[in-house]
Write a protein that binds this ligand. Sequence first.
Ligand SMILES: *Cc1c(COP(=O)(O)O)cnc(C)c1O
Length: 377
Amino acid sequence: METTVLKKIWLSPPHMGNNEEAYVKEAFDSNWIAPLGPNVHYFETAIEEFVGNNAHTACLSSGTAAIHLALELMGVGKGDEVLCQSFTFSASANPITYLGATPIFIDSEEDTWNISPTLLEVAIKERMEMGKKPKAIVAVHLYGMPYKVDEVNAISKKYDIPVVEDSAEALGSSYRGFGCGSLGDIGILSFNGNKIITTSGGGALVSKDKSIKEKAVFLATQARDNAPHYQHSHIGYNYRMSNVLAGIGRGQMEVLGDRVNARRQNFEYYKEHLADLSEISFLEEPEGAYSNRWLTCILTPGYEVREKLRIALENENIESRPLWKPMHIQPIFKNAKHYTNGVSEKLFEKGLCLPSGSSMEREDLERICRIIKNELR
Ligand SMILES: *Cc1c(COP(=O)(O)O)cnc(C)c1O
């Protein structure tokens, strides 16, 4: 009897283009292995051109580092409160605690699955009545879907509280024609291994204000004062991106447009081929929103069906993943204050991320849809 090993399908694997190795080799050939160097400059310029909207960019060691610096540059410190989208990956919230501040979690709305402007304002009013104005808002374009930017920015302006735009999953998405990453007071990007483009590890801080970029670079390179010797008047970090990894990023920027198209086509394929299953639904783009469809997510009737599908896929060597578990029900944040409406908990229960890599082939998508259909019939 013949045994066949089923081809593994990953949730979101790296996908290199043509020139990444050449740019990395350039770093070796010129011995520019130290942090910084020409690849970092070219990578930053490519991001600025792609994101548009006068974005100035500082490439860093991770998206988490970028959030940390963004919050610090907003003056977040010990004892402060920061409002943070609850439905997200923990890296959105962790840096709040690095600064000795406290996260307060805000639930999602149904149209984008992101921070609810209604609850955000309720929270701000209540915190202010209690005599404590939150220092910053962390809003997230989860799975590449832009949050309600107009509404969040209006609240930010009304109460004069700056927004960290966590665009780690949304490079290539846009809102009313403006690139995600350039829509908050400070935006952040991630180039971790499973993001839409990757440098194996890395991130960036984005701001329309050039001085913010300069301050971020200063803090990210150990906060050295301008002196011939090593002199410091601030606590610094070692958060800058290496010139070797930036070579990968430089190559990845050349194919980012293709990667967005491929991921959007994955979404369309799933939607079309699972359309006749009344139990399955998808998140549509609200007016003004353009999603990079980093991950295609489906909603099932509930936990049992979600798990049935996840396990059926796993048995066929296919990786899928439940939606993010909200921060306000994470063990580490169980004592954190939160403003909730049940939306994110329901999404966590019902939702499944399907394989969404830009290198997936038609037969991979066919195989996944066949398994899902078989399970639901
Ligand atoms: C990946 C991710 C981050 C963190 O980025 P790293 O580069 O992995 O540090 C932050 N927020 C969200 C929503 C993410 O998905």
